[in-house]
Write a protein that binds this ligand. Structure first.
Ligand SMILES: *[C@@H]1O[C@H](CO)[C@@H](O)[C@H](O)[C@H]1NC(C)=O
Ligand SMILES: *[C@@H]1O[C@H](CO)[C@@H](O)[C@H](O)[C@H]1NC(C)=O
Length: 426
């Protein structure tokens, strides 16, 4: 089915597009046969913390069958599942595209939504695929509280997971979004969201692949006689003769009070006030230092530990794709995973699977929300009417009724509630 779909697409595309037919290593649309290809991992199973994936299109979609994907369930679990590429993918000299769609139908507040591409060398670890299994690319949205970002972590040749430094915000709504990661053999990358370039750049800038080419010479020291004072006090400057003045003086305006009794109060003295002629401590003026040599600059040397790598894009041979996620609130639906070296095919695939569905999906979500709003209002009205009936001027009853109505509201968002009824009405 996948192959037919592709052939059909390509034959249409030849009319409009120059044909760049590459290799599709994985094209997963999650039809009914998906369980023949995907394996749950044993990771976290013993601790009863392993979640499941359920085959569903959710409560809003463009097409009830074609838009079926796999949904995380139940809440607060580790969800781990994986599959194999048709053939090992060696990306030397080739573009690498990793693409999939994510629908956070649960209105996610905390949970991963990323996919991992793993090397052939992880083969033995795949049955227990989990957080520690070595991967090559980890790509996609991650949302928790104020963190709402798209990861694009690459594992370098030494096995280090190199964070993606630019900030690419993740989509946080309840609709399907397509995330595309492209690695080019000229050591650049592109991230597309919903088939449009969101970010591009060089891998050298986006990740700490290489150590600095130069470092400060550890053997170099600032010479002891180095003069780095730009200014000095002027040796020719002298303190004016009249500089020194007392800080305070006797108040010349004060006079001895008339009722002053020398016998009793002692000799009268005028109070002291600040001396207007006082100039503070004398400082010679500053002049440019004739011996000044400038700031000492630490000499640089070539970093002996620097290792160049002109092929940081080059990953080990790739063989597996999987999800390894933790979510507080489950309900994310993943679909339409593609691994290929054909950038244009990926764009067409996104258009066919997501582009053609997105307006209908949005309409359906709006209808679901409108229906919920209508029911909520009806319940509110019913609760108010009931409260009024029971109310003989007793305020307490009113409050209780309002509380009930408010609780009814919250329950309404639960997607398990009366699914069939909702659909039938749409
Ligand atoms: C790298 O290759 C891609 C794909 O061929 C191209 O679009 C991009 O402009 C290139 N970037 C640089 C910096 O050469
Ligand atoms: C990023 O995209 C812009 C616009 O297409 C292009 O000019 C630039 O070369 C790209 N940068 C890299 C590093 O490929």
């Amino acid at each position: 089915m996948a192959v037919n779909g592709k052939l059909l697409l390509l034959s249409i595309a030849t009319i409009a597009l120059p044909c760049a037919i590459g290799k599709v290593h994985l094209e997963e649309r999650f039809d009914e046969s998906w369980t023949e290809r995907w394996q749950p991992s044993t990771w976290k199973a013993e601790e009863n913390l392993a979640g499941k994936f359920e085959h569903t299109a959710g409560d809003w979609y463009g097409h009830p069958e074609a838009d079926k994907g796999i949904k995380t369930t139940p809440d607060a679990r580790f969800y781990t599942i994986w599959t194999e590429l048709e053939e090992e993918f060696v990306n030397k000299g080739k573009d690498l595209v990793l693409q999939f769609s994510v629908k956070h139908a649960q209105n996610i507040d905390c949970g991963g939504g990323y996919i991992k591409l793993l090397p052939t060398s992880s083969k033995d670890k795949m049955p227990d695929f989990g957080g520690d299994t070595p991967y090559s690319v980890m790509f996609g949205p991650d949302i928790c509280g104020s963190t709402k970002k798209v990861h694009a972590i690459l594992t370098d040749k030494k096995g280090r997971n190199l964070e993606f430094k630019p900030t690419v915000p993740a989509k946080t709504d309840e609709l399907t979004h397509v995330y595309t990661y492209i690695l080019h053999p000229n050591n650049t990358y592109q991230i597309l969201i919903d088939n449009e370039v969101d970010r591009n750049g060089t891998l050298y800038e986006a990740h700490d692949f290489l150590l600095p080419r130069q470092i400060q010479d550890p053997d170099a020291k600032k010479p002891e006689d180095w003069v780095d004072e730009a200014q000095i006090p002027d040796p020719a400057d002298v303190k004016p003769d009249d500089w020194e003045q007392p800080e305070t003086i006797l108040d010349p305006e004060a006079s001895q009070p008339e009722d002053w009794d020398v016998e009793e109060d002692g000799e009268w003295e005028a109070p002291r006030i600040p001396n207007p002629a006082y100039k503070g401590e004398w400082q010679p003026k500053m002049i440019d230092n004739p011996a000044y040599k400038g700031e000492w600059e630490h000499p640089l040397i070539d970093n002996p530990e620097f290792e160049d790598d002109e092929e940081v894009y080059l990953l080990p041979p790739l063989k597996f794709v999987g999800f390894e996620l933790w979510q507080v609130k489950s309900g994310t639906i993943f679909d339409n995973i593609l691994v290929t070296d054909d950038v244009e095919y990926a764009a067409r695939f996104a258009e066919e699977t997501w582009g053609a569905s997105k307006d209908k999906e949005k309409e359906m979500l709006d209808a679901v929300r409108a229906e919920e709003e209508k029911k909520r209002k009806e319940e509110d009205a019913a609760a108010k009417a009931a409260a009024k009936d029971a109310d003989d001027g007793d305020d307490d009853n009113d409050d209780e009724a309002d509380d009930d109505a408010a609780e009814g509201n919250i329950d309404f968002g639960d997607e398990d509630e009366d699914d069939e009824g909702l659909h039938a009405e749409l």
